[in-house]
Design a protein around this ligand. Structure first.
Ligand code: AMP
Length: 116
């Protein structure tokens, strides 16, 4: 089992130790722009709880946290005007998934027709 690393960059954002330009916040999640965008729109949504990745989240978080988090992802997409054009959700998980930051996050990619 992975131990949550309290010093990861998203944990520092949640604690207010480093600045974050939030585009969305509710009791379950915050969202902000990815610092190295891979599409015209590239947003990240992270839960407020300390979860390393998708497996950690789905095995430990309450049903309320899980539904609240995914509702937040949908709200961000709607508020950012992405529903009509569509978007892609990506959750890199663990080593083979290419996850770099060990705090669960959903990438929202949009703004052009994305190649697979
Ligand atoms: P992943 O590879 O799925 O762990 O993605 C981590 C993402 O976090 C990458 O796309 C990074 O560009 C992004 N990232 C890392 N540090 C920051 C930061 N300080 N602000 C915004 N995005 C960041």
């Amino acid at each position: 089992m992975k131990v949550y690393d309290e010093s990861n960059v998203f944990a520092k954002m949640l604690k207010g130790d480093i600045p974050v330009n939030k585009i969305y916040e509710d009791q379950y999640a915050i969202a902000f722009a990815d610092i190295h965008p891979k599409a015209p729109v590239h947003l990240l949504v992270i839960p407020k709880g300390a979860y390393t990745d998708f497996s950690d989240f789905t095995s430990k978080a309450s049903s309320e946290e899980i539904s609240g988090f995914f509702k937040a992802v949908g709200a961000v997409a709607a508020e950012q005007g992405l529903v009509d054009g569509g978007y892609r959700l990506v959750m890199n998980t663990g080593r083979d998934g290419g996850q770099e930051v060990p705090h669960l996050h959903v990438h929202i990619l949009a703004g052009k027709k994305l190649a697979f």
